[in-house]
Ligand binder design. Structure first.
Ligand SMILES: *Cc1c(COP(=O)(O)O)cnc(C)c1O
Length: 341
């Protein structure tokens, strides 16, 4: 048995999800004739109280489309130094939209209203790239699944509005934040111009993300998705997995969070762990004794069929998810407790 804790993207469709996929009614979505894709898009828009939604093959493409909608070449987008749009989308902001990123030196992928004020100051100067977009991420990926304080987001929205900046949420793991903080999708729908959500992270669909926004945004996004090569035909088979995920796999995210806490408890009690970051959702980040070393630790765990990820700078990541069973959980806790160096 392999205990794969590399990411919450490693899940495979469950029996129920596969059955839903097999039964999906499909059509050609490029002609907007796939009833299941349409249903998923309407469901998501309603859920967030937003005007419209568009199904994408990946979260990267959904984010990149949002950046394209809100910027002109030569502009800058403002985000945290840990942001996925900056670190993990292959330089797409520059490649697709010709924008630079102004990085804020935040905490665990989150920044304050004051830091945003400072970042937008001076924008009238001709030397400075024009600011057109603020991107935030909830939960933060590189920040270890941290959740924003909603009141801080409200402050950011005001600043964005006062400075004519679009406000985009990279919500690849937004449902983890909603469950952890007891918040609603509508709260976020009211605050942001566009939101991307992922169906294939904690929610367990094999493929798919959704971009939400106004009718006007989504009409433009349709064209951008086409030119990026992301228009799909009988996408309903995939959309059916997304509908199933939204109906069945949101509430249970608290299970992943509980297990992450239990893993944290063990890591906090063993002498070889030198630092453990705050655990808020399904991501656990820790550091091991320099004498062991992160690479070596990951290698040793791999020999026991336990797969973990290095996050750079000696950080090691564990991500709990839908396919991580209680049996695997017991084995992992034992192995962590008994690890000998
Ligand atoms: C995973 C992720 C994405 C998009 O990932 P894809 O692999 O392109 O679907 C975007 N933002 C964040 C924060 C993520 O964690």
């Amino acid at each position: 048995m392999i205990i794969d804790l590399i990411s919450d993207t490693v899940t495979r469709p469950s029996k129920g999800m596969l059955a839903a996929m097999m039964q999906a009614k499909v059509g050609d979505d490029v002609f907007k004739m796939d009833p299941t894709v349409n249903e998923l898009q309407e469901k998501a828009a309603t859920m967030f109280g937003m005007e419209a939604a568009l199904f994408f093959p990946s979260g990267t493409m959904a984010n990149q489309t949002a950046i394209k909608l809100h910027t002109q070449p030569g502009d800058k987008l403002i985000c945290d130094k840990y942001a996925h749009v900056y670190n993990y989308e292959g330089g797409g902001a520059a490649f697709n939209s010709g924008v630079t990123c102004k990085l804020i030196d935040g905490n665990r992928g989150m920044f304050t209203a004051k830091q945003l004020e400072e970042a937008v100051a001076g924008r009238a100067d001709i030397h400075v790239p024009y600011s057109s977009l603020v991107c935030v991420e909830n939960t933060t990926n590189k920040g270890g699944g941290a959740c924003w304080d909603f009141t801080e987001l409200e402050k950011l929205q005001k600043i964005a509005q006062n400075n004519n900046l679009a406000f985009h949420l990279d919500g690849a793991r937004l449902f983890n934040a909603l469950v952890a903080k007891n918040e609603t999708p509508q709260q976020y729908g009211q605050l942001f111009d566009t939101i991307s959500i992922c169906l294939s992270k904690g929610l367990g669909a094999p493929i798919g993300s959704i971009l939400l926004g106004t009718e006007e945004h989504i009409a433009k996004a349709l064209r951008v998705r086409k030119l990026l090569g992301g228009a799909m035909r009988q996408g309903g088979f995939l959309a059916a997995a997304g509908i199933y995920a939204l109906n069945n796999h949101v509430v249970r995210l608290s299970e992943d969070h509980k297990r992450a806490q239990e893993i944290g408890k063990v890591l906090a009690s063993v002498s070889y762990v030198t630092k453990l970051e705050v655990i808020e959702t399904n991501i656990v980040i820790f550091y091991v004794d320099e004498k062991i070393g992160a690479t070596n630790f990951i290698e040793k765990m791999k020999c026991k069929n336990i797969l973990l990820t290095p996050m750079g700078e000696g950080r090691i990541r564990i991500v709990t998810h839908l396919d991580y069973t209680s049996e695997m959980h017991e084995i992992l806790l034992q192995e962590l407790m008994n690890f000998k160096h």
